[in-house]
Design a protein around this ligand. Structure first.
Ligand code: C5P
Ligand code: MG
Length: 161
């Protein structure tokens, strides 16, 4: 049986004025950000679910409920690193992560390397194994109209021999 496991993650947050726009732990200069109980880092949340999914360890809301005052304003990289710790404790190594952020504006490509480096440090893997992509929604639907942002992620884990 193959020791390789894949996990899928997805998240959405509403856009709100006066909130920070944090992606993969990196604050992107913007006049608006994302609503949420934690720091609303939609990318880190999708990656956290991808890691948990690959290890079949449930989902982000199960481990870090938004009804728990402990996670109010939480740094989502802390949640991500905790998910990685749980996956490693269950006997997995993290092989790679690929992801896409869907946000109409601002342009994110200049922040790609900073985001990859921050995520790689949190995941405990080389930056070459962490991919972050950006897409607009072509002005269509809630993302395209600037009302929300989405992120998708996939993670590969390998069971230690
Ligand atoms: O969505 P679209 O295909 O038009 O995006 C074109 C390119 O613009 C993407 O490949 C991505 O590198 C960049 N982009 C970005 N910031 C966004 C959306 C897209 O840098 N918010
Ligand atoms: Mg979220």
């Amino acid at each position: 049986m193959s020791p390789v496991r894949m996990g899928l993650g997805w998240d959405v947050h509403r856009i709100a004025a006066g909130r920070p726009l944090i992606l993969g732990g990196v604050t992107v200069p913007s006049e608006f950000g994302f609503e949420g109980h934690s720091d609303a880092d939609v990318l880190s949340h999708a990656i956290t679910d991808a890691i948990l999914g690959a290890a079949a360890l449930g989902d982000i809301g199960m481990h870090f409920p938004d009804t728990d005052a402990r996670w109010k304003g939480a740094d989502s990289l802390v949640l991500l690193s905790e998910a990685c710790r749980m996956a490693r404790e269950a006997g997995f190594e993290i092989v790679n992560v690929d992801s896409t952020v869907i946000l109409e504006r601002p342009k994110l490509k200049d922040f790609r390397m900073a985001i990859r480096e921050r995520l790689a440090g949190t995941l405990g893997i080389a930056v070459e194994r962490v991919s972050v992509k950006f897409k607009t929604a072509e002005k269509v639907g809630p993302v395209g109209e600037g009302r929300s942002a989405e992120a998708q992620a996939i993670a590969t884990l390998e069971q230690r021999g």
